[in-house]
Design a protein around this ligand. Structure first.
Ligand code: XUL
Ligand code: MN
Length: 344
């Protein structure tokens, strides 16, 4: 039954536990050692930020970057892993303080463009056709600081530049409404898909839906997924969980709201997510309290919870669901789902 999904996560999901108020609490695990953990934890795909693959890339030439990325590709081969996607990290450099593609400073926008070209070179060297764009600082702290119409034009320009640089690449936009910004320009899946329609080849622009980001926008992640699926735009997912409207928690999938997670697993399974080669991606963080030796449980647990929820989605009495919908007896439908989740 359940089990035909391929799973991925990024090396940043095994982390030292630093937060804005305190330093690291666990030793770093070297990149090569992290890669060795993937298969043991049940994962086949690696998500990369560009500098996860090539650390210090701003100090290297274009050729050096490609050479390093090719070395990473051969390590992936040795481990039996593939790169799911590459995401340009456009939020740490001093030139991205005021945004990357939407910075008010033309020289900073040019930095973002050049950095993205290097990201695309890395994608090529790692043999992936998918780029994820989390538009971290493309927003404002105060409304009057940028022109929102111009900002959207500039993001479209950047997307067209990506599409032209590599005609095979597809872009999955990871919408998020806030954090680090007060407001971002692409806060929801609807915005991401609408943005794609403004681009030179809309068929190559889609979405990477993160559960926590949808919740932060006050939306239900499974409905966001349904919207993207109806548009054939669900290029990737970042499953996790989130306890209300606060900072982006990246909790274990299903750990806060099992029913909300059930509905995500259900819609993905129902519409054959993964059949086109898509990965079930996680973006989860271990709690800061977790000791080093047990600091990967959030990954294997999230995967196990997803697979168990797929089983539950498949064993749900569909005829009974249809019957209750026909009778408009949604109280009974509510109870049916709750009993099913409680193992009754
Ligand atoms: C930020 C976030 C990122 C992206 C990849 O909230 O989720 O890790 O997933 O850049
Ligand atoms: Mn994410």
């Amino acid at each position: 039954m359940a089990g035909e999904f391929r799973f991925s996560f990024g090396p940043w999901n095994i982390h030292e536990g630093a937060d804005p108020f305190g330093p690291a609490v666990r030793d770093s695990i070297e990149f090569g050692k992290k890669l060795k953990m993937y298969k043991q934890l049940g994962f086949d795909g690696v998500q990369f930020h560009d500098d996860d693959a090539v650390p210090g890339m701003n100090e290297l030439s274009g050729e050096q970057i490609i050479k390093k990325a090719k070395q990473v590709h051969s390590i992936l081969d040795d481990e039996g892993l593939v790169a799911e996607f590459i995401a340009p990290r456009l939020w740490e450099d001093a030139r991205t303080i005021d945004g990357a593609y939407t910075s008010n400073d033309p020289s900073c926008r040019e930095y973002a463009r050049q950095r993205t070209h290097r990201t695309l070179d890395i994608a090529n060297a790692l043999d992936t056709k998918l780029v994820v764009l989390w538009l971290a600082r493309e927003g404002t702290y105060l409304r009057e600081a940028k022109d929102s119409k111009v900002a959207v034009d500039r993001i479209v320009e950047a997307l067209n530049d990506i599409l032209a640089y590599n005609p095979e690449i597809k872009v999955a936009i990871e919408a998020k409404p806030n954090e680090p910004m007060d407001h971002t320009y692409i806060p929801t899946t609807g915005h991401a898909i609408a943005l794609g329609l403004l681009c030179d080849d809309p068929s190559r622009i889609g979405a990477n839906i993160e559960s926590a980001h949808a919740i932060l926008a006050g939306l239900d992640p499974s409905d966001e997924m349904g919207f993207a699926l109806a548009h054939k735009k669900l290029f990737s997912v970042h499953l996790n969980d989130q306890n209300g409207l606060k900072f982006d928690e990246d909790k274990t999938f299903g750990a806060v709201d099992l029913r909300r997670a059930f509905n995500q697993a259900r819609i993905l399974d129902q519409y054959d997510y993964g059949r086109g080669g898509e990965f079930v991606g996680l973006d989860v963080k271990a709690m800061r309290t977790q000791k080093l030796e047990v600091s990967t449980k959030h990954l294997s647990n999230s995967r196990a919870i997803f697979l168990r929820l797929v089983e539950l989605a498949r064993s749900l009495d569909k005829n009974r669901v249809e019957e209750l919908i026909g009778q408009r007896d949604y109280e009974e439908l509510d109870m049916l789902i709750i009993n099913h989740l409680m193992g009754k």
